[in-house]
Design a protein around this ligand. Structure first.
Ligand SMILES: C[S@@+](CC[C@H](N)C(=O)[O-])C[C@H]1O[C@@H](n2cnc3c(N)ncnc32)[C@H](O)[C@@H]1O
Length: 219
């Protein structure tokens, strides 16, 4: 979907976490990726992975907030952000990040959204607590348009993307952690919430999902 990048594209990966996608971005584009997060341990992990994959000269980590970034205007060919824009808010992120993109630059983000008009009550109540900004696909597309981007395409991540490398490993750890934190009310509450999230997904994953939006600014 992104066809016309220069030879060494400048890419900003916002809320990079431990950097799984950061490494892929470098390898796929042969660009330079700035990996931004507020959590130093994740940035350390990105650097470790980059070294192990021999792409460390193409990755620069930076500890700063997605809501207050110190880059020059129009610095990036691509801004990429998986599962993190909800922290600043979908519309606010789209508007604030725009100034850092070159004309014609791409913004690629993933965001949790309702896939159906009338989501089940139990799922809606659950996400109202943890993700109150969750919108329907059409609402997000209106925001993209009024924020000055052109939507190139979008797709929904498959259920396997949630289960195989995320919920299944978490679920395996939950029972071990329950033993370890027996009697610690706060920890058990957190583990219960994690289990509930997985149950909600099993029951209602046809009503919500991670949307991947690929958009760009007019040249
Ligand atoms: C759900 S994780 C997504 C990580 C990664 N993109 C992925 O998909 O695996 C959200 C990330 O945003 C980071 N984060 C939280 N608040 C932030 C902020 N204000 N600015 C930048 N990153 C932030 C967290 O440390 C975490 O790494």
């Amino acid at each position: 979907m992104i066809q016309d990048l220069p030879e060494d594209p400048q890419i900003l990966d916002i809320g990079c976490g431990p950097g799984r996608q950061t490494i892929v971005l470098v390898k796929e584009t042969h660009g330079t990726v700035i990996a931004l997060d507020t959590h130093q341990l994740f940035l350390d992990e990105v650097e470790k992975r980059a070294k192990a994959e021999n792409v460390d000269i193409k990755i620069i980590t930076t500890k700063q907030s997605m809501a207050d970034m110190d880059f020059e205007k129009q610095s990036f060919d691509v801004i990429w952000s998986e599962g993190a824009i909800f922290i600043i808010g979908f519309e606010k992120g789209l508007n604030y990040w725009k100034q850092f993109l070159k004309p014609g630059g791409y913004l690629v983000i993933s965001e949790l959204a309702w896939l159906i008009d009338d989501p089940p009550n139990e799922a809606e109540t659950f996400f109202n607590e943890g993700y109150p900004d969750m919108k329907k696909i059409d609402e997000n597309e209106s925001i993209i348009k009024r924020s000055g981007y052109e939507l190139i395409d979008r797709f929904v991540l498959p259920d396997t993307a949630w289960m195989d490398d995320y919920y299944i490993p978490i679920e395996k750890k939950l029972s071990i952690l329950r033993g370890k934190y027996k009697g610690d009310k706060q920890a058990i509450k957190f583990l219960d919430a994690s289990q509930e999230e997985i149950e909600i997904f099993r029951k209602y994953s046809n009503s919500y999902g991670y949307l991947f939006y690929v958009m760009h600014l007019p040249s």
